[in-house]
Write a protein that binds this ligand. Structure first.
Ligand code: F0G
Length: 467
């Protein structure tokens, strides 16, 4: 256990040594202004090589361990029945308890298969908050996606332990209203990425399960960040303080009928995912789709070496020294920003800090994208890449009135890649954010000069109003 092996020191250190390094490239402020201009003020269009600290996402950006790299050499690349698959399957089954583990190339491929099976016109799928690929895969089938986040989770300044919880009353009302025959699946996303990386309690998982059982509806987890969620349960929920994170994760999975998993998060790999489930008939149908879209059932969309890395990552992520450091480094970033008065979504989430751009730049109206203004300034100031989650991503224009309709929150996500940056990188980020905050009256709004009809945030080009 952790307590027996820690030093008496208070500082929480990175629980690893660095064996292989990758240089970061420094640029001057003038260069960054040019780069940003050429990228149409959209961080997605900046080359990664021009970024000093990349906080665009925690997905697929983990540093792999020496054991994972060693596993890559052990990868069995046989088309059928590869030994790497059986190692991965054994570890994933032990963790989740599911009868079937179906490997996919990433999370959205698992979603695609699942919703091809259960979606379709008139179907309604509830979640605490759907991630955008989950929503897109549901809507692609003609079904509709609904979010039932508890009211506290929607308040950016409320401090609560489990702001990712499902609103159980609203969920049950929804099932009665739509009719259980139109609700083929209940999903729960742990941790709740779109809602600030906030965890879901075990009690809430049990309550959601009770509703699923009452109405005989299958219940699935979107399990991308299951280990971070399990760690929060250990730290915050009564009765779990003495359980291991692995036992807690196993209990979380024990309440559900299946999961979609993006291994690019809590399996510590650069590519991978899986679909897990217990139902025999659905699993056969899922594998039939898998063969057409991903690959043979013992490799899915992956190479044997990827399966090895994923198997190893699923074990390493449960290490409590790792999780202590992981959650603390995100919390540390949040704490220092709060101390300097920077408005953030509270409390800090598991994988990211979300700046509250509405309070950060209150002089910029939503239709001029306050989040984008902060994102651009962070890049200009410190070479830091972040992402806007606000009016650029979710804002829309009413077709009849032509009026702009902003989303409830204007956020900027600073997602922390796993095991990649050290404390001094984080200190540097803190300094840069505080510097931008102190100069906030100088921030100006942006307008869109070109955009795609769907998911415009990836490719839109902007212009600052002061240009
Ligand atoms: N579900 C959640 C909660 C996610 O955060 C993601 C990805 C997915 C599903 C899809 O997984 O990328 O492997 O296909 N989130 C990334 C992010 C992209 O930046 O938050 P994928």
């Amino acid at each position: 256990m952790l307590e027996q092996s820690v030093t008496p020191m208070k500082t929480i250190i990175e629980p690893f040594k660095i064996k292989s390094v990758e240089p970061v490239r420094f640029t001057t402020g003038r260069e960054r202004e040019r780069i940003l201009r050429e990228a149409g003020y959209n961080p997605f269009l900046i080359r990664a090589d021009d970024v000093l600290i990349d906080l665009l996402t925690d997905s697929g950006t983990s540093a792999m361990s020496a054991k994972q790299w060693a596993g890559m050499m052990e990868g069995d690349e046989s088309y059928a029945g590869a030994k790497s698959f059986f190692r991965f399957e054994k570890i994933a089954k032990e963790l989740t308890g599911f009868k079937y583990i179906i490997p996919t190339h990433q999370g959205r491929a698992a979603e695609k298969i699942l919703f091809t099976l259960v979606g379709g016109p008139h179907k309604c799928i509830p979640n605490n908050t759907h991630f955008d690929t989950t929503r897109a895969n549901i809507e692609f089938t003609g079904a509709q996606a609904f979010d039932f986040l508890n009211p506290l989770g929607k308040d950016p300044v409320a401090i609560a332990d489990f702001k990712g919880n499902m609103d159980i009353t609203a969920l049950e009302r929804f099932i009665l209203e739509k009719g259980r025959e139109n609700v083929p699946l209940i999903m729960l996303t742990v941790t709740n990425n779109a809602g600030g990386g906030q965890p879901v309690s075990m009690e809430n998982i049990r309550h959601t399960k009770a509703v699923a059982v009452k109405y005989k509806i299958p219940f699935f987890l979107d399990a991308c960040r299951f280990a971070e969620n399990a760690f929060f349960i250990k730290k915050r929920e009564k009765g779990y303080e003495h359980k291991s994170v692995k036992e807690i994760a196993q209990e979380m999975f024990s309440y559900v009928d299946g999961c979609t998993m993006s291994a690019k998060k809590d399996a510590l790999v650069n590519m991978g995912g899986f679909l897990g489930m217990n139902d025999d008939e659905t699993a056969i149908r899922a594998r039939n789709i898998l063969v057409v879209t991903e690959g043979f059932p013992t490799y899915g969309g992956l190479a044997g070496r990827d399966l090895e890395a994923m198997a190893q990552g699923l074990e390493e992520v449960l290490d409590e020294h790792y999780l202590t450091y992981r959650i603390r480094s995100v919390e540390y970033l949040g704490e220092k920003l709060l101390q300097a008065g920077v408005p953030i979504l509270q409390p800090p989430g598991g994988h990211a800090i979300y700046l509250d751009a509405k309070r950060f730049a209150p002089h910029i109206p939503s239709e001029q994208f306050p989040g984008q203004a902060v994102v651009c300034e962070l890049y200009k100031m410190g070479g830091i890449r972040s992402v806007e989650i606000g009016s650029v991503m979710f804002g829309r224009t009413d077709k009849i009135t032509g009026k702009f309709i902003p989303p409830a929150l204007e956020l900027v996500r600073l997602a922390i890649p796993r095991r990649v940056y050290t404390q001094s990188h984080i200190d540097y980020v803190i300094e840069a954010v505080i510097e931008v905050y102190q100069r906030r009256p100088e921030l100006c709004g942006y307008r869109i000069v070109s955009e795609a009809p769907l998911l415009r945030h990836f490719t839109a080009r902007f212009e600052p109003f002061n240009a």
